[in-house]
Structure formats: C-alpha cells, structure tokens
Ligand binder design. Structure first.
Ligand SMILES: *Cc1c(COP(=O)(O)O)cnc(C)c1O
Length: 387
C-alpha cells in the first residue's frame, strides 16, 4: 500500500487533503516523495515561519532534547520561564499561560474572560462578543466562539455565552453589548480562515474604547496573525491598541506545537493554582524552539516582511484575472476570477504551494523566504490567475 492509501484507510476522515505527500524540505523549498520541488507559500498554515529545517531553530530544539524533553508543570523549567519573560518584555503583557494549540490558547482566554466577568459584574455576565466570519478553533467552546454557522452543524448544543457581530459594524457591536450581559470582546485583527480580511483601524480603536467604557476584556486572537506574520511582532501593535488578553500559537513554535495566552495588567492575577493547566503546555523542547524563533523576529526581519508584502500587493492588485487582494503583511488573500481550487491545483502542478481561505487563494510564505523564490512563485500564481 502507498502512504496515501494507508492514510485513507487508517486516518479519521476529517481532512480533504491535496494529492500531495511532503517528505522533506529546506527553507521555502519542499519536496514530495518523487523528489519534485515546490516553493512553499503555505508554511503548514503559517506555522513554519522560518521555513523548513531552519538551522538556528533546529540547534535550539536539539540542544534542549539533549537535556530533557519533558518535565510536566509540576516543576520549574528554564525554556518555559525564559519564553514567558521574552513574550512579556516584547509585548508589555504581564503573564503567560502555555498550552499546545490555538484552540487551547483561546479556551484559556475564554476562561479568563468569564472569571473577569464574575468578579467585576457577577456570575451572569459571561457573554463574549465575537465577530461573524471569525475562526477561533475546533473545540466545542472555541467553535461556539467562531462566528460561522457551518462549523456548528452536527455539534449542537454549542457552549452558551457567545454572540456574533458583523466585522467593521460598530453599531451592531454596541447594540450587542447593550443587550447582553457581557464580559469580553474577542476578535482577530485579520480574519484568516474567514477570508484574510483585515479589520478597519478606526473600527478596532472604537471597539477598544467600547470595551474600556463597559469594563469588558479586549481579547485579541493572534493565533494566525502573531509572531511577525503581519509585519509587526503581533498585529495589535500596528493597530495601536492595548489588548487585555492576546492568544497565539501557529508560528510561535517554528513547527512544534505550542499555544500561549498572554495576560495583561487587568487580568494578571486572575488565575490561581488549579484554575487552568495542561500536561504538555510549555513543553521545554517546544519552548526552546519558540524562544529561538522570537529572538529572530526583529526590526530588520519585520521590515523585510513589509517589503515582501508590498511586492505581492503591487504585483497582484489590479492584475488580469485578480478581483481583489486583501490581508496584511505576509498573510494575503487573493480573489481570482478563476475558481480558487483550480488556481491552487494549477500552481501545485507548476511547483508552487498555496492554500485556500473561503473562495480565495491564501498566501502565508515564510517570513524569511528568499526574494528570488517569492518572485518566481508570484509570477506563476499571476500567470494562473490570468488564464
Ligand atoms: C488556526 C487558528 C485557530 C486554531 O488553532 P489550532 O492550533 O488549530 O487549535 C484559532 N484561531 C485562529 C485565528 C486561527 O487561525
């Protein structure tokens, strides 16, 4: 049996995989089982921020593996403590809870919001306003937070306490907050799975003010936008807001699973022993990898991300067969006249990997993709859009 056949027989049928098996790679080049080379503009969904087999990241991970691979949270561990310190120093947040995924990071944020509501306004203030078209994860509660009905089908009843406002519609947000007993607002600044839509800056500032005026937590889901992806270390930094809770995951571990929930001043003392936990959370190997990634997301790299972003926008905006280009930094959605699935398949045949978000082609290249490879890939995408 081939790997594809074994996969089909034994792996739960939850993924519509591309007909492609990836076996190795280096940087932004990846290879399938026949040795065919691809320029990767998907990075395992914004995870491999420095591409495949990044040397410094690998060394950090292996050095930690040589010491100890897991300690549990019953004990202190250096990589975990240093990663939390680095995250706080670079964001101004006060404390970090570590988990293993974006969904779990958001679960922790939701717990924080509910406890905050309880303390400030009473147990009945547990409603969290999220946005339509958002995506916050696959657990039942983060699905409930996700403002897309199709994800709720088959799994009802959903967790109570989530209402969804249209993105960029401040009036609707205001009305929902007035008519519900709320504890928090939770938003993605660039909706990823929802179609790579960046929220308006003025709207986000208004939402921040509204949250303050009503003593609600402002939770920003940076699972996808974080860790340099949008051209800032975290996207909220380019929106000029100060969230109370920031969650992140995908790009943080450089390819290893780690989630982080960063808690600001208002909530730093909210959790006490026993209120949350995770066996694997803050795993030393993942934390060591993440530390190496964060250390390298500096001003020079972020400038580079912005330049590459400008290049992609300039190449594709208004190009033949391209209806629109959306997003921020190296998180880009391309709406084509051709069916997105067709464009993606054609690009794959020509050695370029891109992925989908709703009806758009989504680009999430490595932050350090060599310009030459990026140019070559964008040229192919552009040609396929034209057809
Ligand atoms: C991917 C994603 C999640 C879920 O992360 P997992 O690691 O798959 O649990 C949550 N929120 C956003 C914005 C995401 O892009």
């Amino acid at each position: 049996m081939t790997i594809k056949e074994i996969d089909k027989q034994y792996i739960a049928n939850t993924y519509a995989r591309f007909d492609l098996q990836l076996v190795s790679g280096k940087g932004s080049l990846v290879y399938d089982e026949t040795g065919k080379e691809y320029i990767d503009l998907g990075t395992g969904i914004a995870v491999n921020g420095f591409g495949v087999g990044d040397t410094a990241w690998k060394e950090a991970v292996i050095a930690q593996l040589d010491k100890i691979q897991h300690t549990s949270n019953l004990y202190y561990s250096e990589p975990c403590a240093l990663l939390a310190k680095t995250l706080c120093e670079r964001t101004g947040m006060k404390k970090v809870f570590f988990s293993n995924s974006g969904a779990e990071a958001n679960e922790c944020a939701i717990k924080a919001a509910r406890k905050y509501g309880e303390i400030k306004k009473g147990k009945d203030h547990f409603v969290i306003v999220t946005l339509k078209n958002s995506f916050h994860g696959r657990t039942i509660t983060t699905l409930s937070a996700t403002g897309q009905g199709v994800f709720h089908e088959h799994f009802t009843p959903m967790t109570d306490g989530f209402v969804h406002a249209e993105a960029n519609n401040f009036d609707e947000m205001q009305t929902l907050i007035k008519t519900h007993k709320c504890c928090a607002v939770m938003i993605e600044l660039v909706q990823g799975e929802g179609g790579v839509m960046a929220l308006d800056k003025a709207y986000v500032k208004q939402v921040e003010r509204l949250a303050r005026e009503n003593d609600l937590l402002l939770v920003v889901d940076e699972v996808q936008t974080g860790n340099g992806r949008t051209g800032s270390l975290y996207a909220y930094m380019s929106y000029g807001i100060t969230p109370d809770v920031v969650t992140t995951a995908k790009g943080l571990g450089g390819g290893l699973p780690i989630g982080a929930t960063m808690l600001g001043e208002r909530v730093e003392d909210l959790f006490t022993p026993g209120l949350n936990g995770s066996t694997f959370g803050g795993n030393p190997v993942c934390a060591a990898g993440a530390l190496s990634i964060l250390e390298r997301i500096d001003e020079a790299l972020l400038l580079d991300v912005k330049e590459k972003s400008e290049y992609i926008f300039a190449e594709l905006s208004g190009a033949k067969g391209v209806k629109s280009v959306s997003g921020l930094g190296l998180m880009i959605g391309v709406e084509c006249e051709r069916d997105a699935g067709e464009v993606i398949a054609a690009c794959k045949a020509r050695g370029v990997l891109v992925i989908k978000a709703k009806h758009k082609v989504r680009l999430l290249p490595a932050l350090n993709i060599p310009f030459e490879q990026l140019k070559k890939a964008i040229k192919i995408l552009k040609e396929e859009c034209e057809k």
